[in-house]
Design a protein around this ligand. Structure first.
Ligand SMILES: N[C@@H](CCC(=O)NCCCC(=O)O)C(=O)O
Length: 257
């Protein structure tokens, strides 16, 4: 029985009338059908009431990347600069969903925006334009960069914590990663342990230290690299194995009811 993997959606305005839609990139569906070996289930940005209704039916949760940004009101940050994309419906859905998934032990993998949501959901904060901070590199890609091979190319190295899961999956403590973000962790949430850093100290990978199940976040985009990158593929395979084990337990519990 393949695990059901929830994929967080954003609100996107499509079409000539710009009507709101719930959307997620095909790259997340493909990675769930590929190395995760699960069944993708798109989760609409339907607000906090979604979590208690959908989590009992899921075996894993992927919090996706997005150009939109977590609203600063969730971490006492300054208002975003004019024109910074936000997605209030997504925030209202994913932040409680993350807390509920971790509490229940549902395997969770948070990617880029999702990584930032994980940190905020657990009490951390964000810097909004790390490229403007002294000593920091530009981790973003131009919004008009239409060439995916350039936009998603390896952008900087990442140092991994020796003995960490990430280091074991990578087979070492130095790996290159892509980089498509302006924001980054400012105050690390108390329940998170950093396992990877960019050369400028930007946190690139975290583990939820007291989670009953698999609960990791990454600032880079493994869904763009898994077909060629050992760490990205191994991360999805490890997440998929955790979800498959969760599915087996869930179905056994249902059979015993
Ligand atoms: N908006 C946040 C998070 C960045 C992020 O998730 N980027 C994904 C972009 C998707 C794409 O362009 O393919 C930030 O800027 O830090």
């Amino acid at each position: 029985m393949k695990p059901l993997i929830g994929i967080s959606c954003c609100i996107k305005a499509f079409g000539i009338f710009g009507t709101p839609n719930h959307a997620a990139s095909d790259s997340y569906v493909r990675v769930v059908l590929g190395p995760v070996n699960g069944i993708p289930v798109l989760l609409p940005a339907a607000g906090e009431s979604l979590a208690p209704q959908i989590l009992p039916r899921l075996d894993g949760l992927i919090l996706t990347g997005s150009r939109s940004n977590v609203c600063p009101e969730y971490y006492e940050g300054p208002a975003h600069a004019e024109g910074t994309p936000e997605d209030h419906a997504r925030d209202a859905t994913t932040l409680p969903l993350i807390r509920a998934a971790i509490a229940a032990g549902v395997p969770l993998l948070a990617i880029c925006r999702g990584f930032q949501e994980l940190n905020v959901a657990l009490g951390g904060s964000l810097d909004q334009r790390i490229q403007d901070l002294p000593g920091r590199i530009d981790h973003s890609t131009p919004a008009d960069q239409r060439l995916a091979r350039i936009r998603t190319a390896k952008a900087h190295g990442m140092r991994l914590l020796p003995g960490s899961l990430m280091a074991s999956l990578a087979g070492g403590t130095e790996v290159p990663v892509n980089s498509l973000h302006n924001q980054g962790i400012r105050r690390l949430a108390p329940r998170l342990v950093a396992e990877g850093w960019a050369p400028d100290g930007t946190i690139e990978a975290v583990r939820v230290k007291d989670a009953p199940g698999f609960a990791y976040g990454v600032q880079w985009h493994p869904e763009y690299d898994w077909e060629s990158d050992a760490l990205s593929r191994a991360l999805f395979e490890r997440f998929g194995a955790a979800a498959a084990a969760w599915a087996a337990r869930r179905h056994m519990a249902q059979a015993a009811e």
